[in-house]
Design a protein. Sequence first.
Length: 172
Amino acid sequence: MSLRGHLKSANVLVETASFLVVRLGGSYLALPADGVHGVLTPEEAGLEQAVMATGTLYQPVDLAHLLSVVADLSGLEVRTVLYSNGHSHGAIRVEQVVGLTDVERKNCLPLPPQFRCDERRWFGGMMLYEDLLVLIVNPAWMLGELAEVVSVGARETPQLVADSPLTVGGSC
């Protein structure tokens, strides 16, 4: 407030990243929202493995299998997330879509040092969503070149991207 009682606004540019938070088993994961092209109910996705939407074929990506997570994909909250990184398109079934959130980039944290091997390619970092610790999925790894990533398990996946930077805010 100024001396005359007028409010002075400070225009501060805050860089944010948007994520779709989903749940698979007991794991909460964040998918960068710019790649989300839709969220479908089981009825909308159909029984086929691949999903055709708006003229694009989304190949199935078994993220639970890739991460070796036990997931119950028969519940009422199961959804199929249509995701694209520009050249690969995947249909990812999740147990629950938790929500869409914007996170200040400074609040995207690197993985702790205990994450030393393949998981550095699987995840770009972590963040807090409400009171949950959420791992940020690396879309390049998740979609990869679908023919490579979907056909092999997470432990056998070739390195598709370089390790993520270990700086605060550098992971989103």
